[in-house]
Design a protein around this ligand. Structure first.
Ligand code: ATP
Ligand code: MG
Length: 590
């Protein structure tokens, strides 16, 4: 494998960025002295028991934060505020409804709702009862719903009067599903959320769960195959609390906006739990991505800390700098990104237009919390994911688990266990076991570490392109393409080739003001050749309107490859834009 010495220009952070003293002031020193025990002490316990809903919400009710706003909800048609005590009482009510339905500790209760307050209230209510909370994107169709409710044997699902139809399409195949709670108009045997909430008691004694009891489950994004039901224990909160404090740098007076939907792990760990356990006010926007609307939310609520994903950042870049100038975004003091590799260009752009850079961080559904990050106190090397959290030992190893030298590409692994490490994969013990090789947790991602201890993402192990005896990660080719003025984003794969093993093929989305042409394809090839390496340029380029993406916004290279090779596509339930598949199929038939 290649040895790499990245020559990234380190980004110096402007003074504005340090409006506040970072919670983590000295990374190296903290890393050396760190003990998990200290963080365990920081989180609120119920006697000697730990319950996520208590530690994230109810613990604030007996403090000065009682009447502080916990949730600024920006709906599509209206907006509303909820204080910590209000969310606490409303989630008590929901726990009482579930109790009256006979839901017991350990039962699975799934939420199938848009980002409305009931989603956040019911999530905590489920945990208060000791039941296991599961979430699903509101955009899922019947087959995605069936897979998850069937696999988890969910007993109750909470949905709304528009979405419920999709559950009925598959209800006959869900023998374990006993109750459907409906926000809005309910009929027949359904339970009406508003009616039951109105009469339920706002007092509830939280079930004293052990820190190792199941708390919530999330299906992975399904980028590499069928989504897996990853189960997290209550102690996952320990890590989510600490990382929200050190990586997101949440302070008492911050207004924080996590754009992720709770159907994805980021929306749960950092859109509900880590922010609230730190007592921070959080913004939730019900609607879809729209650059103007997003900027107007930052302006309206004076958002200070913003956590989003590369796909959104690339779309904001494409929407143009003039839009940014239309809004007063001066409240922003810290910004983070997760989910996909963050192109260096996006880091530089954010510093230019917002005056503060995006800080990339890396983690997975299975890891339950951030493990590698760029911290406020540390210089950023654009393109790098940063350094492992205090308490986390990360390394690069070969396929047999042997550690590799600095600069060598290999498997990114973590030393087990950390508090938010998945507890199990639902009904798939063998799959769970397969993550652990030797003394390591195998992430399935390839990376390398530089001499300063920064980690650099290369690609998912399955996405690596082998061309003319060289291994090329799609990310670096995509990032080189994104640096070209004409390109919004790109998906790069290896296309089988009799001569070279594979050749690099790129699917490219252009900015609106650029025309598709053979000349532009040539320009792009030359551009990548010049900026990256002679062998790592895309020999084939196709222009497309959109790339297939998961609901969590990840480019699904697996599908691009299958389309090119002509294989069956397999599970596509998590796809956000099926029309992109149609477009590419048509294009490839030509
Ligand atoms: P599945 O496991 O079902 O294929 P998935 O891996 O996309 O789906 P998630 O757990 O949502 O599901 O995503 C984790 C993955 O996202 C990581 O393994 C990595 O490939 C990618 N990722 C997350 N953050 C970053 C980052 N900062 N840089 C590069 N890649 C990232
Ligand atoms: Mg994965």
């Amino acid at each position: 494998m290649k040895t790499r010495t990245p020559r990234a220009k380190i980004i110096k952070k402007p003074k504005k960025f340090f409006k506040k003293k970072p919670n983590l002031e000295n990374y190296e020193k903290t890393y050396r002295k760190f003990k998990w025990r200290d963080v365990y002490k920081e989180v609120a316990w119920l006697g000697h028991r730990l319950n996520v809903a208590y530690a994230a919400m109810d613990c604030h009710v007996n403090t000065w934060r009682k009447n502080k706003v916990a949730l600024y909800w920006e709906g599509v048609e209206k907006s509303k505020e909820f204080t910590f005590v209000q969310i606490s009482e409303l989630s008590n009510k929901f726990a009482n409804i579930l109790k009256s339905l006979g839901v017991k500790k350990g039962d699975r209760v799934f939420i199938f709702l848009p980002r409305i307050p009931a989603l956040y209230i019911s999530f905590l209510g489920i945990l208060k009862l000791g039941a296991v909370a599961g979430t699903m994107f509101a955009a899922f169709g019947p087959s995605g719903i069936k897979d998850r409710l069937q696999d988890s044997a969910a007993k109750v699902v909470i949905t709304d009067d528009t979405l419920k139809k999709r559950i009925y399409k598959v209800k006959r195949e869900l023998p374990d599903l006993k109750h459907i709670i409906v926000v809005g108009r309910a009929s027949g045997k359904e339970i009406n959320y508003e009616k039951e909430m109105a009469r339920a008691s706002e007092k509830f004694r939280i079930v004293k769960t052990k820190q190792t009891d199941d708390a919530f489950m999330l299906y992975t994004s399904g980028t590499t195959g069928k989504p897996k039901g990853v189960v997290h224990a209550h102690k996952a909160l320990i890590q989510e609390h600490m990382t929200a404090k050190w990586v997101l740098d949440l302070h008492g007076d911050d207004v924080y906006w996590c754009t992720a939907d709770p159907g994805w792990v980021t929306g749960v760990a950092y859109g509900i739990l880590g922010c609230w356990s730190n007592g921070t006010s959080s913004v939730v926007y019900e609607g879809r991505f729209n650059p103007e609307k997003w900027y107007s939310i930052i302006e309206k609520y004076n958002v200070t800390v913003w956590y989003t994903a590369p796909t959104a950042i690339r779309m904001l870049m494409a929407a143009g700098d003039h839009l940014v100038k239309k809004y007063d975004l001066s409240s922003l003091r810290h910004m983070c990104s997760v989910g996909e590799p963050l192109n260096p260009e996006a880091v530089r752009w954010s510093l230019k237009v917002f005056g503060v850079p995006f800080h990339d961080n890396w983690w997975q559904t299975e890891t339950g919390g951030i493990l590698i990050a760029n911290y406020p106190c540390m210089p950023i090397k654009p393109g790098s994911m940063g350094k492992p959290l205090p308490g986390i030992k990360a390394a690069i190893v070969d396929d047999n688990g042997r550690k590799l030298r600095v600069g060598k590409e290999g498997n990114l692994v973590i030393k087990p266990a950390w508090p938010s490490m998945m507890k199990k994969i639902w009904k798939r013990p063998k799959k769970y076991k397969s993550y652990f090789v030797g003394n390591w947790y195998m992430s399935g991602d390839l990376a390398f570490m530089d001499k300063d201890g920064y980690f650099w993402f290369v690609g998912r192990a399955d996405d690596i392109i082998k061309t003319s005896g060289e291994r090329v990660g799609p990310f670096e080719v995509e990032s080189a393409l994104v640096e070209h003025a004409a390109v919004v984003e790109a998906g790069v794969i290896g296309k089988p080739d009799p001569l070279r093993g594979e050749i690099i093929k790129a699917f490219v989305v252009l900015r609106k003001d650029y025309k598709k042409s053979e000349k532009l394809k040539n320009d792009l090839r030359q551009f990548v050749k010049k900026h990256l390496a002679g062998h790592a340029y895309p020999r084939e380029i196709d222009f497309v309107d959109s790339l297939p993406k998961t609901r969590s916004g990840k480019v699904v290279r697996r599908l691009l490859k299958k389309l090119v090779v002509g294989e069956k596509l397999g599970d596509v339930s998590t796809l956000a834009n099926p029309e992109s598949i149609k477009e590419i199929k048509k294009l490839l038939q030509k």
